[in-house]
Design a protein around this ligand. Sequence first.
Ligand SMILES: Cc1ncc(COP(=O)(O)O)c(C=O)c1O
Length: 346
Amino acid sequence: MVATGEDQSPNGIFLASNESVYGPGERAREAISRSAGAVERYPDDGMARLADAIGARFGIDSETICCGFGSDDLLARLARAYLSPGDELIHSAHGYPKIPNYAYANDAVPVSAADRDFTADVDAILECVTDRTRIVMLANPDNPAGTYLSGVEVRRLHEYLRPEILLVLDSAYIEYVSAPDYENPLALIKSSTNVVMTRTFSKVFGLAGLRVGWVCGPVDIIDTLKRIGITFPISAPALAACEATLQDRDHFERVVGENHRIREMFSDVLKSLGFEVIPSQTNFVLVRFADPDQAICNHQALEADGIYARRLAGGEFARCVRFTLGMEEEMLRCIAVLEQGCQKDG
Ligand SMILES: Cc1ncc(COP(=O)(O)O)c(C=O)c1O
């Protein structure tokens, strides 16, 4: 991906990294402040305490949970634990761009499966399976497109994978999904031996800066992931904040509700103005322009107005700009800039 402008002013509107514009709720903020009084100690048993809190909140056995330094840490650990040199990891062509790196980091081979207009394609993925396939890793919903696979499709994919192939479902944006045919992968995890899902506190819970994620899966996989992780992966402020935020249902509901409302408003207004909007199930929206020049030109016009969205590089992404959903006024400002149109340099 192409980074946004280097010269971001402190007063800009930052819509590039899919963080929650609402941040954490008051309860989590207070817990972080309180935790400052005890940072000279390791957060003893922090991982187990957080796994218990997550388990209680989501109705999951805490023995099937491992917490880490963002879900990125856990995706990397899964690759480290289960990929040997020469093994293949299948990912969706326009899926989460970090996924191929997890393969490269372990001398494994990333295999790109064609998608259907930015949506993962189960048949194409299955066609990529070989004797060397060890992991299929998908973000669902996906980033940067915001598209998703239905529960039926995920189960169909799983049905045709050999049991020794690990299906990793990166569910970083699961809380934002409103599509009725999406399924939380928990039931599939419980009924199988080769499915895991990763989750994060970086998005809907507004704690990206504290770097906390978790993974749920079969106990043998979870034990392996725990063994290869660092000691005390969850800092004391992170533990306090996560425990508090899991209790704060009001903040959670408000964030999810506002995100849905603004996602619809932003998408509908842009569509009514003639822009191509990829339907999103996340806290960001991908807009596709006629060509890469238009994407660059609109991105520059936004930056000139202090709005930092994410321009993407490579293939079909070259004509796209991704907007993390901010506050309503911020999204209206984006719309105003896009509506005004842009002049190409030179
Ligand atoms: C699909 C997806 N997976 C994982 C991550 C990493 O999240 P974390 O902050 O938990 O490492 C991101 C971050 O943007 C993401 O978009």
